[in-house]
Every structure is written in C-alpha cells, then in structure tokens.
Ligand binder design. Structure first.
Ligand code: FAD
Length: 553
C-alpha cells in the first residue's frame, strides 16, 4: 500500500478521480490484425509475461494497455508524479471504490491505468511472501507453484526491479524510532524483509526505487525487449471483450480512437489485474451462468468462481500530529521511501507460516497529500480471510466493475482478531518514549479503528488457480482458463491464497512463470536472456545516488 489516507479513509475519501488524464504519451503504433500472443493489460503481471515471451520466442506478441505508454525510461517522457516515489499519484487512477462494511462510507480502491499498472503508482516496498504461501498454493492442487520451484523466479524479479535493502543509518528519525519501539516491545531486528525465509521482526523495508524514482514493471521488464521485432506495445488501447468461438479464445475487441476493432490471436493472455481481469472474463461470457444471463451476457462457459473470492490485506490505522517541527524537518530530507519500516509478527491465530500481521508507519510529510496527519501507524492482517466479489455493472463497462471487498467480514472473525492484535502492538509501540516523542498527540478522532477497516491495495484471488475438479477455480496451474481453449490469465487475480506480504513481486513472478510454462522453458532461460544487472540487495552502495542520500534531521 499505501499510506494514503485519501484513498483509504471513508472520512477523507475524495470524489472519484477522472478515468484518464490528458497526457502527452506518443500515439500508439498501428494495430496488427493478427498475432500469435495477445496480452491484455501491461501492469506488473502483463509486463513480465510480455517481456519473457518476447525475449525467449519468435512468436509475435501484442501488448494492449488501456492507459498510456510513455515509452522507455530513458526517453524521459514519463510524468514526474508517476516517477516520484514519495507519493502515490492519482493522475492515472481508475476511480474505483468499494462500500465500507460498517456504516455507509466508501473506500477508494486505487488502480493505475498506465503502462506498468499499479507498479507505476505503488509504494515500492518489496516482499517475496513466505515459503508457506507458495507451498499452500501447490497443496491446493497447483503443481510447480511450491516455494522451492518459484524461488528462482522470485529472486529474478526482485533483481530486475532493482530492489535494494537499506541500513538503519539511512532511515529518518521517525523510522528509526519506529524500529526501536518494535524492538523495545519484543520484535527482533530484521534486515532481510525481502527474504522468503524471513520470520518475525522489524526493520527497514527494501524498495524498488532508483534515484528517488519508482522503478516500475515497464522499466524493469519491457524496456529490455522494446526493440524486439516480434513485439508491439500499444498504450491507450482498452480491450472491451474477448472474442470466443466454439469454446476457444480467438482474439479480442479493442477500442482505438473510438472505433471497435477485432484483433485475432492464437493465444490470449488476460493480465488486467484483480478487478479488471474478472470483469473482462465476465463480459466475455465466462462466469456464473445465471448471473451472466441475468445481465444479458451470452454464456461461453459456466465457471462460477470468476470474480468471487476477492482477497486483500486489510488494515487499521492510528493517526498522530507529530512532534513540533517534524513535518518541516522531514520535508527538508528530500527523498526517502515513506513506507519504509515494517514489523511482522505472529498473531494468536497465525497458521504454520512465519507471521500474519504487519505493522508499518507512514510519515505523511513525504506523502504529497496536504492535510493528512503527519504520521500514521498501520496494522495489517496479512492472511486476511474476508472474501469479496467483482461483478459487472448493468452497463457492462469492463473498466468500472462493481467491487465489494467486504473487509473484516470473514465468518470466524479471524481478520478482526488479527487487526485487534495489530492495534495492541501499535499502541504498545506508541508508548515507548522515543517513538511517543516523535508521534506527538493522537490525531485520530474518537472512534474504534476496527470500525474503520481500510484497504492495503493488494487485491488478488478473483480468478483463482486450482484444478478443474474445483468448481470455484478459474485457471489451472498453467494459467489456462478452465473450459476455454487458448485463454490464460497471468496476474494477481490467480493467487489461490494471498501471500503474506506486499504482492507486487509475487505478481511479477506469476507473469514470468506462466510465460515460461507456455514456452516449455525453465527459470534458467529467463535469468540468462534477461539478466539482473543491478540487483544488489546485500550491497546497498551499488544503487545509492545523490538524490537517494539524505541529510540527517
Ligand atoms: C496504491 C497502491 C500501492 C501499492 N503498494 C505496493 C507496495 O508498496 N509493494 C507491493 O509489493 N505492492 C504494492 N501494491 C500492489 C501491487 O502494485 C499490485 O498488486 C500489482 O501491481 C498488481 O499487478 P497486476 O498485474 O495484477 O495488475 P495491475 O498492475 O493493476 O495491471 C493491470 C493493467 O491492466 C490494464 N487494464 C485493465 N483493464 C484493461 C483492459 N480492458 N484493456 C487493456 N488494459 C487493461 C490496467 O490499465 C493496468 O495497467 C500497491 C498497489 C496500489 C494500488
């Protein structure tokens, strides 16, 4: 996530942001009439899938992205707000929302409509998840997704994203106080939060930020293959629906300059993210037959799991005014990742995995959103069990599906219990004198934070992977949609269970793994073809830059 009370707090949620801003990206290239592989959505999963397929095959690959493509990083066309890793930009937001589960509030659900997808506006914290997460995916009937199998690809995507570990010397005053407070209440210090084997602990969170700029999936993966003759990348080309004939996906209808056009393909790969991938499948007749019929959508296959089991981590928050002069002091520091300290702990209900609870702090002076409390402490339920839905609105607009996350509603009360324990932990940390001095007075109005559960911006699971025998599963272990030939999904929507960390890197791994699987190749091939040039998680100096070096308060 995030940070960002503007998106997450019902009290401060702004009106919907525009679907698209006016931008000055270059005009997209002409649309081919037919290709071998058509990829829909150039976000984290789609960018990685596309790069791997284009680099390791001669298949013609067409990537269609609804939002703009500003070109390679070194062309210098990307808007400053999208690059600036200090804040989550709203300029390319889809303007989606969900109802709160208490009261009649609305939570904004940030989603970026631009090449790189949410990796182009996210918080850049880098987690691989825990080994137990992937072993669970495999145990749910998805061979090849166990931790030992996916680890080489997780490490590869971490390197391509140029993730760097930070030392405590590089932290700001509030961040250092937060880490020490965690240690004071019993959490061990951790400097390996981007390690799949990491356990409980608190420390600096590694981030994929280079020179103060958000290093998005387009930079990390697509730039290396943009010159390949078999690849065409088209921004500003939203797909309206898939063309399915006799049980096979044969292309997609796209909108280009207001005109609908059919692009034919031998293979279609949907990577439109956990909200838009199910919306696109539903619009194309793949979903619960009765629900599709009620909307007047002809049924291609009755697959009731599409758009169901929508997962996310959920959060509670405590806001503070900050000590006198803190905002001014922080604003003098220049760039620093504001979500850069994370603590992990096992709740009393934790499964056999290493932790299921996050605490983190956002120092608002860097968030770029005036009027926010200077400091917010967050607690997250990292194995949240509440499940929501994605459905089509009556106008069948795939860009604006109806989303109901139902945060904090799991029948056993697991999520609320974990969030309650996260609050206890945060409150005990906030009493540690060093942190208390930095936090200043509480700014949260008198309310129970558990009555205002907010989102962590990690939607997943809405086209879950599982065997055909599981009626709720949407894709198999190759990412192939059950019941439709030639159609795959390769993004966060296929996670059968959410990983217990921020999910950008796991989603990138999904894109890579499905591409390799479809090409019949193993991880070694991709690490050779697209090597990691700058991965230095254990050697921070390699990426320290002038803009990344901070003055001390
Ligand atoms: C505000 C925010 C902060 C976050 N912070 C972090 C963080 O710090 N660390 C972390 O690990 N994760 C973070 N995440 C989560 C992470 O960035 C996402 O989970 C990840 O990027 C999702 O990848 P994806 O491929 O599933 O979808 P996306 O990246 O959302 O990509 C989907 C793409 O498909 C395009 N698309 C949609 N519909 C269509 C269509 N019909 N036709 C063509 N294109 C279409 C979209 O425009 C988009 O580009 C954050 C997310 C958000 C929103």
């Amino acid at each position: 996530m995030s940070h960002e009370t503007p998106y997450t707090s019902p009290a401060t949620a702004p009106a919907h942001t525009p679907q698209r801003r006016t931008h000055d990206a270059p005009a997209p290239p002409p649309l081919p009439e037919a290709v071998h592989t058509l990829v829909i959505g150039g976000g984290t999963g789609g960018a990685v899938f596309t790069a791997v397929t284009a680099a390791l095959s001669d298949e013609t690959v067409l990537l269609l992205e609804a939002g703009p493509d500003y070109g390679a990083a070194d062309e210098g066309r990307w808007p400053a707000d999208v690059l600036d890793a200090r804040s989550i930009p709203l300029s390319h937001d889809y303007g989606l929302s969900t109802a709160t589960t208490v009261g009649d509030g609305v939570l904004d659900l940030p989603r970026a409509r631009v090449l790189g997808g949410c990796s182009s506006h996210n918080g850049c914290t880098a987690s691989l998840g825990a080994a137990a997460d992937y072993d669970e995916w495999a145990a749910r009937g998805n061979p090849g997704w166990d931790a030992a199998s996916v680890l080489p690809l997780l490490e590869w995507v971490r390197g391509r994203f140029r993730v760097r570990r930070y030392t405590t010397d590089e932290l700001t005053e509030p961040q250092r106080a937060f880490v020490r407070a965690g240690q004071a209440v019993g959490l061990p210090f951790a400097d390996d939060l981007d390690d799949i084997a990491a356990g409980e602990g608190i420390g600096p969170m590694p981030v994929n930020v280079v020179d103060g700029q958000r290093y998005n999936a387009a930079f990390a993966f697509l730039d290396a293959v943009r010159d390949r003759p078999n690849l065409t990348v088209c921004g500003d080309t939203p797909v309206q629906r898939l063309e399915i004939r006799e049980g096979r996906a044969v292309g997609a209808w796209v909108s280009r300059d207001g005109e609908a056009r059919l692009v034919r393909a031998e293979r279609v790969v949907v990577a439109a993210g956990a909200y838009h991938s199910p919306a696109l499948l539903l619009r194309s007749g793949i979903g619960a037959a009765d629900e599709l019929s009620a909307l007047g959508v002809p049924v291609a296959v009755d697959r009731r799991g599409v758009g169901k089991h929508l997962l996310d981590h959920s959060c509670v928050q405590l806001d503070f005014h900050g000590r006198a002069g803190l905002v001014e002091d922080l604003s003098r520091l220049g760039w620093n990742p504001d979500e850069q300290t994370v603590g992990r702990k096992r709740s009393s209900l934790c499964d056999e995995g290493p932790y299921d609870l996050h605490v983190f702090m956002v120092a608002g002076a860097n968030s770029g959103h005036p009027g926010l409390p200077p400091i917010t402490l967050y607690g997250g339920a990292m194995r949240a069990r509440s499940e929501g839905t994605v459905t089509l609105a009556p106008d069948l607009d795939v860009s604006r599906p109806v989303i109901d996350h139902r945060y904090g509603t799991d029948p056993d009360g697991y999520d609320r219990q974990v969030l309650s324990e996260a609050l206890d932990l945060l409150r005990s940390m906030a009493r540690v004198p060093e942190l208390a001095a930095v936090l200043g007075e509480p700014a949260t109005a008198e309310h129970d934070p558990l009555e205002q559960i907010v989102n962590y911006c990690h939607p997943a699971g809405s086209c879950a992977m599982g065997p055909a025998s599981d009626p709720e599963a949407v894709v198999d272990a190759r990412g192939a949609v059950h019941g439709i030939e030639g159609l795959h999904v390769a993004d966060a929507s296929i996670m059968p269970a959410i990983t217990r960390g921020n999910i950008n890197l796991p989603t990138a791994m999904i894109g890579a793994k499905i591409a390799l699987t479809l090409l019949g190749l193993g991880p070694d091939e991709v690490t050779t073809a697209l090597p990691v040039a700058h991965h230095a998680p254990d050697a921070p100096a390699a990426l320290v830059t002038t803009t990344g070096t901070k003055a001390r308060p």
